[in-house]
Design a protein around this ligand. Structure first.
Ligand SMILES: NC(=O)c1ccc[n+]([C@@H]2O[C@H](COP(=O)([O-])OP(=O)(O)OC[C@H]3O[C@@H](n4cnc5c(N)ncnc54)[C@H](O)[C@@H]3O)[C@@H](O)[C@H]2O)c1
Ligand SMILES: O=C(O)C(=O)C[C@]1(C(=O)O)C=C[C@@H](O)C=C1
Length: 364
């Protein structure tokens, strides 16, 4: 017996889910594309077993349907699906970054013999599209599910069982509570990152040194400002009320910095940094989507092509597991700084020795 999984919106998240499921015993993955060129791409990249432009064909006989389109389109797809003759027992789920509106829309549809379970993998990236999809995206991340109270246990378990292929950790959350929490830890940071980049962009109009000198701190806090505009327009508009409250709290926090600076209140500033440091250092470790724990090495590297490949190859040949590498500071005419992250301290120690022997300058 085969399990058919239909994925609507084979982009970063939909494509990554497809790659987690494709090729697993008894599973067929069908991708729905809204443009012919996308359907060809899904097949040529080997992300799905079949691709179709027809909603009906994708949904026909599906055991699981994943809605991975922008938040602003979820309602439309769910409503359309509710009019189709779906397989009895079919589980429809979504991956949208907000949960209150879609779960309430699903409840209103009063689906018969078909179930809707809201979902949200707490992993992602500033990249988008099927080109960025990877089956490793959800590994160790939390994956939120928001099942309705009357969902039969066996239906919930069947979805949880399927999601074991993502290697994520499932967590049940109330949809309204979800939107508040994710508003604070995901949506607000995206707004702040974009506002900060745009502020510096305006300063840069007067002097291009702003852009050229932008280094580690600016890059660290603004990575997510490169996220997809349409995806984020939809998320923020959908979570509008919560975001308005949080921005008002944010203004208060910024205002307190204004006052501390005006009053030259050094103690207040020290206290604010110490409080943030304490909270951040106690964030759960080893989780994607929150903050990945790592043992980091910083090395000075000459700024020329091929350097990343050379270091990665050396580490690989010595069976040292690297979890991430990033040029965090790269300026014209001076060496860059590369951050190498390891999950295990032993890997970091071995890398340190190896790179020392290769005459790289290293700091921890
Ligand atoms: N990016 C993240 O980090 C992240 C993380 C978790 C959840 N999400 C959620 O996942 C969903 C998809 O986001 P993504 O990052 O994979 O985006 P993406 O842009 O990579 O993929 C979106 C997919 O939807 C399709 N699509 C876009 N507009 C469409 C339309 N009008 N009709 C039909 N299909 C359309 C695109 O062709 C693409 O396949 C969103 O709901 C988002 O909130 C994103
Ligand atoms: O890591 C990133 O780039 C992300 O933006 C991932 C992120 C987040 O904010 O943590 C973004 C949106 C999601 O809905 C879930 C995860």
């Amino acid at each position: 017996m085969t399990t058919k999984i239909a994925i609507f919106g084979v982009g970063l998240i939909g494509g990554s889910l497809a790659l987690c499921f494709k090729g697993k015993p008894g599973i067929t993955v069908v991708g729905h594309a809204h443009r012919p060129v996308s359907a060809e791409k899904y097949i040529s990249r080997g992300v799905v077993d079949e691709a179709t432009l027809s909603i009906e064909e994708a949904a026909l006989d599906a055991d699981f349907i994943f809605l991975c389109v922008p938040v602003g389109k979820l309602d439309e797809y769910l409503t359309k699906l509710s009019t189709l003759p779906l397989k009895k027992g079919c589980v429809i789920t979504d991956v949208g970054s907000t949960k209150a509106s879609i779960t309430s829309a699903a409840a209103k549809l009063q689906l018969q013999d078909v179930y809707f379970v809201g979902g949200h993998p707490m992993a992602g990236s500033e990249r988008s599209g099927v080109e960025a999809a990877t089956p490793l995206l959800f590994e160790n991340a939390y994956y939120v599910l928001t099942p309705p109270a009357d969902l039969p246990d066996e239906v919930y378990e069947s979805l949880v069982h399927l999601l074991t292929y993502t290697r994520a950790q499932i967590v049940k959350v109330n949809p309204v509570e979800h939107d508040r929490i994710v508003g604070a830890i995901s949506h607000l940071p995206h707004i702040i990152a974009v506002a900060l980049v745009n502020q510096v962009c305006d300063y840069n109009e007067t002097n291009s040194l702003y852009r050229r000198l932008a280094a580690g701190g600016f890059r660290d806090i603004t990575r997510i400002a490169s996220s997809d505009p349409v995806i984020w327009r939809d998320i923020l508009l959908n979570n509008r009320e919560i975001m308005l409250q949080m921005l008002s709290d944010w203004n208060e926090g910024i205002e307190s910095f204004v006052q501390m600076l005006e009053a030259e209140d050094g103690d207040g500033i020290t206290e604010a940094f110490a409080k943030a440091n304490d909270f951040r250092s106690e964030l759960p470790e080893s989780r994607k989507g929150i903050i990945t724990s790592s043992f980091d090495l910083y090395i000075d590297v000459p700024d020329h092509p091929g350097i990343i490949g050379r270091i990665a190859t050396e580490l690989g040949m010595n069976h040292i597991n690297l979890s991430n590498m990033q040029i965090i500071e790269s300026r014209e005419d001076v060496p860059g700084i590369m951050r190498l992250s390891f999950r295990q301290e032993t890997d970091m120690e071995r890398a340190k020795e190896l790179l020392n022997n290769m005459d790289y300058s290293i700091s921890l």
